[in-house]
Design a protein around this ligand. Structure first.
Ligand SMILES: *Cc1c(COP(=O)(O)O)cnc(C)c1O
Length: 638
């Protein structure tokens, strides 16, 4: 890092490089000349709005931090890009078929997200994918276009199938994807009972294995889909029931966030072999559904990690189209409509988690006395002497000694032979030694293994007003990293090395890994806090999977949500605000009755009045505060 360069050497470009925003930002986020993060809306021309301005605008509307910000322009842009990229690849290759996208509702079920995808996507006949009855009800209500698809995955009971058949009666193109053999019988039975011909797809269990987080779930051990034997049985059963003409779609889903384009190609190629043979068996088909998996380049490394991808959207589309042509053309089979179920890539960029920093803990000794006092124990004397002797040649040795003296000092404290104040002084010398070692590490050619993580151990802890468990569940659950950075003061050199802790006081409630194009970072450079001024940080690319997996750890509830749209004049307006959970809301989730809690508290207060511990007026104030809290936000409020 460039910490040793003179201060005037800092620039906006350096800030952009430090946080990697021009790599992971994909042209949707950048640093502006005023040192704030800019949100760029691209629709022909480019309109930029400062994220700080948005954060302050939300605050004026009483939406206090933390806030999940949705940028509708980015959602529209992603739907447009996906559809146009497939259209371009199809035109380029002379492919004789179309593309139909479906958005898998599970990736972000929030009404405003689904409504916007359905509204904006209509021009492309972009449909929805449903994995449960609840999601099917949403899809049936949101999609009115007979050209758009509703693809039903997941285990389906009778009611699920009846709903889908009703949708077909209404003229919607609702397709049941067979997840298991039993579903064939159920679909045949219900279709006869209701007198509606179904549209059926088969989910293939491919042998293709993928790289990345979900690699174990791909291949023969994948959890869902039909193996070859089950597929043949399903085809035979449909033929017996005179319904083979209903088999219109083949589907596979290799897993989410596929980092390697070779896996995508291999999957498509294998699925096409099934396609050819099933057409020859007499199934009409016509749709090839390649599932999700289109990855997001969370760290901007272009393939350098599982949180990235080694291909562009354009390459993905071209490879899919080409792989299908290569497989079907020799067999003389007409090109199918290509269906994809991209979720992550469509919504990730549209949400940003904004929060303020409440406080910082430093691991610094503070001003030390010129020499330890006369009555200091040997260990303190030794630590003080060590501080003077640290140099480039003895870093490891000094570290070893410092650890040894400190341990011995603490031992004496436990025995009662060293006083608290002496232990505190010794610990400060110890920290000073470590800080001096850390300052010299960048000058070494090779850092000793034991000292590699020393900078993290001395990093500041910035306390953020949010909960990892509520707002970034994948960070905690599957080690997903996201880009994190300040949204302002970027024209100022950040000098503090830090990790971020949340409000939960849980060991896992922290962000200590940060996505970066040159490899994951264990600390983040941040600015020192200023008195009476908010310091805002943002976690980017959190639109996919983070909103409904979150839990109520420590009873921190849903954050406020604000959807904004950036307009042509470089302004923005809040198109939708959703207040986060109140304390009463989260208490109800875990079965408390706020009215009952209030009654208990009132009784206790009345008891105190009777016993003369408080006055009646105080009782009233207390009851007022209690009620006020029940109505309030679960996060830290200034
Ligand atoms: C989760 C899921 C998707 C979405 O995958 P992304 O990687 O988010 O695009 C698509 N199809 C099925 C069947 C899924 O289970």
């Amino acid at each position: 890092m460039s910490q040793r360069e003179p201060l005037d050497d800092w620039s906006i470009d350096k800030a952009a490089e430090l946080y990697g925003i021009r790599e992971w930002g994909q042209g949707l986020f950048d640093v502006g000349a005023d040192g704030t993060v800019q949100v760029l809306a691209r629709n022909g021309s480019v309109h930029a709005v400062s994220l700080l301005e948005i954060a302050e605008g939300l605050r004026q509307r009483d939406l206090s931090m933390p806030v999940l910000l949705r940028i509708e322009n980015h959602l529209d842009a992603a739907v447009r890009r996906l559809n146009e990229a497939f259209a371009a690849a199809i035109a380029e290759a002379g492919y004789r078929g179309q593309y139909r996208g479906v958005f898998p509702i599970k990736v972000n079920q929030q009404r405003h997200v689904i409504e916007e995808i359905a509204r904006f996507g209509r021009r492309y006949h972009h449909g929805l994918e449903a994995g449960s009855k609840a999601e099917l009800l949403v899809a049936m209500a949101m999609i009115q276009d007979p050209e758009s698809l509703i693809v039903c995955n997941g285990y389906k009971d009778e009611e699920f199938i009846d709903l889908g058949l009703r949708a077909r009666q209404l003229g919607l193109n609702c397709i049941f994807v067979l997840e298991s053999e039993e579903e064939v019988e159920l679909i045949i039975g219900r279709s006869r009972a209701l007198g509606v011909r179904p549209a059926v797809g088969a989910r293939l269990k491919l042998g293709t294995k993928v790289d990345g987080h979900w690699s174990e779930d791909s291949g023969d051990r994948s959890l869902f889909g039909l193996n070859t034997q089950q597929l043949i049985a399903a085809v035979d059963r449909l033929r017996d029931a005179d319904m083979l003409d209903c088999l219109v779609l083949l589907h596979f889903h290799l897993g989410s966030q596929i980092p390697n384009i070779q896996n995508v190609r291999a999957g498509v190629r294998e699925a096409c072999r099934y396609y050819v043979d099933l057409v020859e068996e007499g199934a009409p088909l016509g749709y090839l559904d390649i599932g999700g998996g289109l990855a997001v380049d969370y760290d901007g490394s272009r393939g350098g990690s599982p949180h990235s991808r080694n291909y562009s959207l354009e390459e993905y589309c071209a490879d899919v189209v080409e792989a299908i042509q290569e497989a079907l053309d020799p067999a003389g089979i007409p090109h199918p409509t290509i269906v994809s179920e991209s979720g992550r890539a469509v919504v990730a960029y549209s949400s940003v988690l904004l929060f303020n920093v409440l406080n910082v803990t430093h691991f610094e000794p503070g001003p030390l006395p010129p020499a330890p006092p006369a009555d200091a124990p040997d260990e303190v004397e030794n630590l003080a002497a060590l501080l003077e002797s640290v140099n480039l040649k003895n870093l490891q040795e000094c570290h070893n000694d410092a650890v040894y003296y400190l341990e011995s000092l603490r031992m004496q404290f436990r025995r009662g032979t060293v006083k608290l104040r002496m232990r505190a002084l010794g610990e400060r010398y110890y920290l000073a030694v470590l800080q001096r070692i850390v300052a010299l590490l960048p000058l070494l050619d090779r850092v000793p293994v034991e000292l590699e993580h020393l900078p993290e151990r001395l990093a500041d802890i910035y306390y953020g007003n949010f909960s990892v468990f509520q707002s970034l569940p994948d960070f905690w659950a599957i080690g997903q990293t996201f880009p994190v950075m300040p949204i302002h003061r970027l024209d100022e050199r950040p000098t503090r090395r830090a990790i971020i802790a949340d409000l939960t006081c849980d060991c896992d409630g922290k962000i200590d890994r940060f996505a970066h194009p040159e490899g994951e970072r264990r600390t983040l450079l941040l600015h020192p806090l200023r008195p009476d001024e908010e310091y805002y940080l943002a976690v980017f690319l959190v639109g996919a999977y983070q909103e409904t997996l979150g839990d109520l750890h420590n009873l921190f509830g849903d954050t406020h949500v604000a959807s904004v749209r950036i307009d042509e004049n470089g302004g923005f307006h809040v198109v939708h605000e959703l207040e986060g959970d109140t304390i009463a809301d989260v208490l109800r989730y875990v079965e408390y009755d706020p009215a009952d809690l209030y009654r208990r508290f009132r009784n206790a207060a009345e008891e105190a009045v009777r016993a003369g511990r408080i006055r009646v007026a105080e009782r009233q104030q207390m009851l007022g505060a209690f009620t006020e809290s029940l109505r309030g936000y679960t996060y830290f409020e200034r």
